[in-house]
Design a protein. Structure first.
Length: 120
């Protein structure tokens, strides 16, 4: 489950729903299931994950490759859709997670960082 840190409430919706719906409609159910399963495997029993570090730079021949097609080969849209799929994977994960934007050596990290929490 995904929690909002400020309120402690469970998050049950995906941000940017119009974009998500547009891209998701172009992604087969099989590709979607494989992406979510791969992300869930990457999450595993870790305590912290950063979305932009999860997929690697080259998505060729990976479960993430269909994301580019769903986004009409637009890199920026594919990155955003990937982030929404990561959000979805954490939202449905059995453990409790929260998220935030952080820096590494005073440089902002591009994606969200997710970490395990105990709900309020």
């Amino acid at each position: 489950m995904l929690y909002a840190l400020d309120s402690g409430k469970i998050i049950t919706t995906i941000p940017y729903p119009k974009d998500y719906k547009k891209w998701r409609e172009k992604l087969s159910d099989e590709a979607h299931q494989l992406i979510i399963a791969t992300l869930s495997e990457k999450i595993g029993d870790s305590d912290i994950q950063t979305s932009s570090w999860m997929p690697g730079k080259d998505w060729t021949d990976t479960p993430f490759a269909p994301i580019y097609d769903a986004c009409d080969l637009d890199h920026e849209s594919a990155a955003m859709f990937f982030g929404l799929l990561v959000w979805e994977a954490f939202m449905h994960h059995l453990d409790n997670w929260a998220f935030g934007h952080y820096k590494l050596r005073d440089i902002p990290i591009a994606g969200l960082t997710y970490f395990k929490v105990s709900p309020k």
